[in-house]
Design a protein around this ligand. Sequence first.
Ligand code: GUN
Length: 281
Amino acid sequence: MAQIIDGKAISLQIKDELKEKVASYKEQGIEITLAVVKVGNDPASAVYVRNKEKACEYIGINSKKIEMPEETTEEELLKLIDELNNDKAINGILVQLPLPKHIDENNILLAIDPIKDVDGFHPVNVGKMVIGEPSFLPCTPAGIIEMIKRSDIDIEGKECVVIGRSNIVGKPMSILMLRENATVTITHSRTKDLKAVCKRADIVVAAIGKAKFVTDEYIKEGATVIDVGMDRDENGKLCGDVDFDNVQLVAGAITPVPGGVGPMTVTMLLVNCLRSVELSK
Ligand code: GUN
């Protein structure tokens, strides 16, 4: 049976470490404030934003939630971002995605001052990540690296296969694995014989968005399996991209859904909020 990587427990451990750092910042008179912008009525976004606010509260940093209606124009949102960029009391800006269809997401992400880009989505931060300069790292992939390390699993020299090539997870995940000296393969919907490619891997990261897609046939005995999926099964129950019950019988270590990658993503956002103080020094 596989070791279950408990994202909730690891994330609590990190949050407690951050709480101490925040307290020492406060003693130096440094307050940290995250602006969280939500546009429209996406129900999943409402849950994510609430979790982010609660996490800020837990470690003692301020969150300023700005909710805008679905019909907000791109110009109105850009104006708000400009105000937040210029507000010295705001350390980090997070615009919850997805945005309503009439707003160009790329224009919005480009408008956020890279020094306040706690999501790590601005092209300047993406570029710095690729060449290994200090920057904000995107939360989900950074959280995955952290949870693997804190589970005493080596990444260096390992065969790592990432399934999915999104800008938020797949692509940055492959870069961060490379920075850890793994041998990395990115796979996607056009990959030929995905099963055979995955079966080579010591570490598989599944970020596809298809419920229970990855079965034991994809996994080498003893491999580490990281599940980024947030899907619904045939009964409407929350599950991941990995068929957990079946894969845990062959994997060496595996993350559950819920309680795996999800809590780490929120926690890495907090890490980035503290990093905003260090990067702006
Ligand atoms: N929507 C889904 N994941 C994310 C994330 O990591 N950051 C933001 N801003 N929106 C998201």
